[in-house]
Ligand binder design. Structure first.
Ligand code: GLU
Length: 737
């Protein structure tokens, strides 16, 4: 047995050596993997990547809008992220006259850069292990409710102390399901302007067909600039702000990376769930994913068709369509991968082994009941979780009148109180007028009605009657007993689907208006959905989730204790992480070998003039014909994207891919189809992240867009010793031209 286990360990370390490294490492703890990274090709120390008393790579890494990652690439606050991360900003500045989605946008001077209200850029000041301080006053016997209260109080004390005499923010975050705690101290800038974006035919080349797929040919990037007050500190958006002087800006390497070279990706992965029990994985694979995919297939059918028919709708729905389709396609890939790896049976086998080790180590009293408890809790929570999934899908990705109507809940509920305070009342009305304006800017009533008509029957089919709004159930009788009948009543008469009607209502808002809203069928649908969720779904769901959390905390502790041979890294939670591996291709399917990079020739192979996903701007075609790649070519070729064995997740969108010297070589934007399951089960031989080759980014900025003033801001470098016959542009004098 020992022999077998030993062989297993050797195989495991061999696998780890020849392929990807599983894990998303907390930057403050990099010492533990520093040696391993250096063996693979890192030429820096852990402190060069993360330090608090001197500048380090972390000072160039930005949490972009709280969801994506971006990186600083010039000493004037220029930052690089994905096209799909800047998409809603690009969309918000687009109109039929200025179709930046279609044609791209380039600010040719700083004055032309576009402000984006609400967009933030956050730097990490420090990641501090505060576990012992947070758990002070807690022991094995502390009741769960008290434990949570103590954690909350301890967190507050630490957060307040960390932000007392400065402009930082601090938040204590749980890791390892609440077994460890880190305080993340951040600095957030609020003046972040759009600098440039390629046309969607480059930035989103391949559309939904190519999304989550390798080989890939997408120039998925956009550029923004962070502005600060004159003192260099964060300041509210203001004309007088100045470009940020960053603590670190990434050098950009024009030599790229070859297969097998060390790479690391530094960013903010959103959420992974590597330690789930088989019960939860079963739910994801067999219930949640199929239900959500079915809902989104239906709404995408409506939206895609409408966007194809009208340019106005294409612009209005572009960002919404992407938000819906991105996860929709990922879930499909995730199920495909989990099934292929037999992930559910793997989990079950792991649980058996867990129980075996529990017995062997005499830890029955600590961990003996966990899996049984989880099984029971999951069994009960599923009814609520299904309803919750449908609620989220319907309310946040479904017919838009629901979210819009919800904005009116407070004026309806608090009319009496509000109307007695004229100032507050006027403020609320002004807020609703602004909400109305911005809601209808991107709204098409016919599209919304069709979405309502396809999604409501699915919602009704999926959600137990007792959780449904009354108006979807017995209340439907009033509307010919059909969803369509209710739809007609809403879309013909409601205030929430017609801008003029709503404006008139808001113009002279009084007690009568409140009465009218209460009778409005759209409002009734919204209230019914929310009441169902808050009164019937959430309370029990919350209780059960708390119980599951307690068991998962123990289960996580047990897994770390009993499986020390596994890497046991902390699941992603939108905090800064470093992941490392190398530039490499893969062999995901029998007889299929993926090369690790794609080229401009491949872009042209996919080119379909006039197609909504594979069309190209004529200028790019011309540059290809002339082979006018300048200093961005690699032995005469222009590389477009490449894959690496870096463990990434959503939120790593826009993360820098760095070589062993910490120089920017790529921009992370996706994973391959065969690795979309990696949030739950990482497979080193299959999982590949997809990056835009940084030289393709620069080529588009320089040769395609003619925005070479941006190139001049950057620090372009080459490898100290040329390793290969690099094609040099004879016109190139200095690296920055
Ligand atoms: N393309 C991915 C997304 O949009 C980003 C990175 C990833 O999940 O690998 O969510």
């Amino acid at each position: 047995m020992f022999k077998h286990f030993f062989c297993f360990l050797i195989c495991l370390s061999f696998l780890n050596f020849s392929h990807a490294k599983e894990g998303m490492w907390i930057p403050a703890l990099l010492k533990a993997v520093e040696g391993d990274m250096q063996t693979m090709g890192l030429q820096l120390s852990a402190e060069d990547i993360y330090a608090i008393n001197q500048s380090s790579l972390k000072d160039a890494i930005v949490h972009f809008g709280g969801g994506c990652t971006a990186e600083v690439i010039s000493n004037e606050g220029l930052i690089l992220t994905n096209h799909h991360c800047g998409y809603s900003q690009i969309q918000s500045h687009s109109s039929l006259e200025n179709d930046y989605l279609k044609d791209g946008f380039w600010a040719m001077s700083k004055e032309d850069e576009l402000q984006n209200p609400g967009l933030t850029a956050t730097f990490i000041v420090e990641i501090r292990d505060v576990t012992s301080k947070i758990l002070k006053g807690i022991d094995e016997t502390t009741p769960e409710g008290d434990r949570n209260k103590i954690i909350e109080e301890n967190s507050k004390v630490l957060e307040l102390a960390a932000t007392k005499d400065n402009h930082y923010e601090a938040k204590v975050r749980a890791f390892y399901y609440g077994n460890e705690f880190y305080m993340i101290i951040t600095e957030t800038f609020e003046d972040v302007r759009l600098v440039g974006a390629p046309p969607s035919s480059i930035g989103k080349f391949g559309g939904d067909t190519d999304n989550w797929v390798w080989p890939r040919h997408t120039g998925d990037f956009s550029m923004f600039r962070i502005y600060s007050g004159e003192d260099g500190l964060p300041a509210a958006p203001n004309e007088n702000n100045v470009p940020l002087k960053p603590k670190h800006s990434l050098p950009i390497n024009l030599d790229g990376v070859e297969e097998g070279e060390f790479t690391m990706v530094y960013g903010f992965p959103g959420r992974t769930e590597q330690y789930l029990s088989s019960f939860a994985v079963d739910y994801v694979m067999n219930t949640s994913n199929p239900n959500k995919i079915e809902m989104r297939t239906a709404s995408l059918g409506v939206i895609d068709a409408a966007m194809e028919k009208s340019d106005k709708i294409r612009i209005q729905y572009a960002a919404k369509q992407s938000r819906i389709s991105n996860a929709w396609k990922k879930w499909k890939g995730q199920n495909f991968g989990l099934e292929k790896l037999d992930a559910l049976n793997e989990k079950k086998a792991f649980e058996k082994e867990f129980m075996k080790r529990v017995s062997e180590k005499g830890l029955r009293s600590e961990y003996g009941e966990i899996l049984k408890n989880l099984e029971g809790q999951y069994e009960e929570i599923f009814t609520y979780q299904i309803a919750r999934d449908y609620f989220i899908e319907y309310v946040f990705y479904g017919p838009e009148f629901v979210r819009f109507a919800n904005r009116f809940s407070s004026i309806v509920d608090q009319y009496e109180a509000l109307s007695s305070e004229p100032e507050k009342f006027e403020e609320e009305i002004a807020k609703l007028k602004r909400a109305t304006e911005s809601h209808f800017k991107n709204y098409n009533r016919t599209v919304d009605q069709k979405i309502f008509n396809v999604l409501t029957p699915l919602y009704k089919k999926g959600v137990a009657d007792s959780f449904e709004p009354e108006i979807f159930n017995d209340g439907l009788a009033k509307y010919r007993g059909t969803v369509q009948g209710l739809g007609q009543a809403i879309y013909n008469k409601s205030f929430f689907v017609d801008q003029e009607r709503m404006n008139n209502l808001l113009e002279n808002f009084n007690a009568g208006s409140v009465k009218k809203i209460k009778k409005d069928p759209a409002y009734k649908v919204m209230r019914g959905l929310f009441a169902g969720y808050y009164d019937k779904i959430r309370p029990r769901y919350g209780d059960l989730q708390n119980q599951i959390d307690v068991n998962m905390r123990k289960y996580m502790e047990g897994q770390r204790k009993l499986f020390p041979e596994r890497p046991n890294w902390a699941d992603a939670n939108s905090t800064l992480r470093l992941t490392y591996g190398k530039a490499e291709g893969s062999e995901p399917v029998d007889a299929v070998v993926y090369k690790f990079y794609t080229t401009m020739d491949g872009v042209m192979n996919k080119y379909i003039p006039g197609d909504k996903e594979f069309d190209l701007p004529q200028k790019l075609v011309n540059l290809w014909e002339e082979k006018d790649y300048g200093q961005y070519a690699d032995n005469g070729e222009l590389r477009v994207c490449f894959t690496g064995s870096n463990h990434t997740s959503g939120g790593n969108s826009g993360s820098p891919c760095l070589n062993g010297r910490g120089e920017l070589v790529g921009l992370n934007f996706d994973r391959s189809w065969e690795s979309t399951m990696s949030d739950i089960r990482f497979a080193p031989e299959l999982c590949r992240n997809i990056m835009v080759d940084i030289r393709y980014v620069l080529f588009i900025v320089d040769k395609f867009a003619g925005a070479d003033h941006l190139i001049h801001e950057m620090n372009l470098v080459r490898n100290p010793e040329p390793k290969r016959d690099t094609f040099m542009d004879p016109t190139m004098q200095s690296l920055n031209r």
